[in-house]
Design a protein around this ligand. Structure first.
Ligand SMILES: Nc1ncnc2c1ncn2[C@@H]1O[C@H](COP(=O)(O)OP(=O)(O)OP(=O)(O)O)[C@@H](O)[C@H]1O
Ligand SMILES: Cc1cn([C@H]2C[C@H](O)[C@@H](COP(=O)(O)O)O2)c(=O)[nH]c1=O
Length: 209
């Protein structure tokens, strides 16, 4: 039986998802809400291992369908091992990326088809869609510039795709905003960290209160 709340954060590279998620967690903890944050692909040992395979820059030969299936496999394991138990225990779970990343990156930008990628992910997640999704919208050129300036961040296989791919990712997210208007809220991530945080807090508390 579901008791907690499942929130996902989405967006192109460098949109500020991790930064704002950490700030949201601090606020939730200060206010006494039971909450955990996690990420995809990853969040647990098996899924972190799959993440390493998917994002390794040496794996240039990876087929797009293989990539899509590996994201779905990591998602399944993370969901059953970490997300669902936390939600069943009444936690607010905030996850950095979930199914919409697969729909935007593999479904739209890689051209595998949003409906096709939704179908393989339904096998992985069954009925478990997020209660709400905060989509951080940013011009990919700005996002990539941010991550290139971030010395602590390792560049991965997906970061190395050309700018046209990253524009397609953003277009894919825009299609998803139209397709799921009740679930996905678009936030202008080109604003200052403080302004993005304020918008994210408003949306988060609208959902959890
Ligand atoms: N609103 C902002 N304005 C300017 N810089 C920002 C903003 N938000 C985050 N940054 C900086 O941009 C870089 C990327 O931020 P962050 O890691 O939070 O993005 P992300 O969306 O999680 O990226 P990715 O998913 O590609 O790893 C960091 O150096 C961070 O400090
Ligand atoms: C879940 C998921 C992720 N991706 C891509 C998006 C990013 O390029 C990387 C993850 O790196 P991050 O620094 O943790 O954001 O993987 C994807 O293509 N499909 C997915 O389902």
């Amino acid at each position: 039986m579901k008791k907690g709340v499942f929130i996902t954060i989405e967006g192109p590279e460098g949109a500020g998802k991790t930064t704002i998620m950490e700030m949201l967690m601090e606020k939730l903890k200060l206010e006494g809400y039971p909450a955990i944050s996690t990420r995809e692909p990853g969040g647990i040992e098996i899924a972190e291992k799959i993440r390493h395979v998917i994002l390794d820059k040496e794996n240039k030969a990876m087929d797009a369908r293989t990539e899509a299936l590996l994201y779905a496999a990591a998602r399944r394991q993370h969901l059953v091992e970490k997300v669902l138990p936390a939600i069943e225990s009444g936690y607010i779970v905030i996850c950095d990326r979930f199914i919409d990343s697969s729909l935007a990156y593999q479904g739209y930008a890689r051209g595998l088809g949003i409906d096709e990628i939704f179908a393989i992910n339904q096998f992985a997640i069954e009925e478990m869609m997020p209660d709400a999704t905060l989509y951080f919208d940013i011009d990919p050129a700005i996002g990539l510039d941010r991550i290139n300036r971030d010395n602590g961040r390792e560049v991965n296989r997906l970061d190395l795709e050309g700018i046209d791919f990253h524009h397609k990712v953003r277009e894919g997210y825009h299609l998803l905003c139209k397709r799921f208007p009740n679930r996905i809220v678009k936030i202008d991530a080109s604003q200052s960290v403080e302004a993005v945080f304020e918008s994210a807090v408003d949306e988060l508390f609208r959902v959890i209160q």
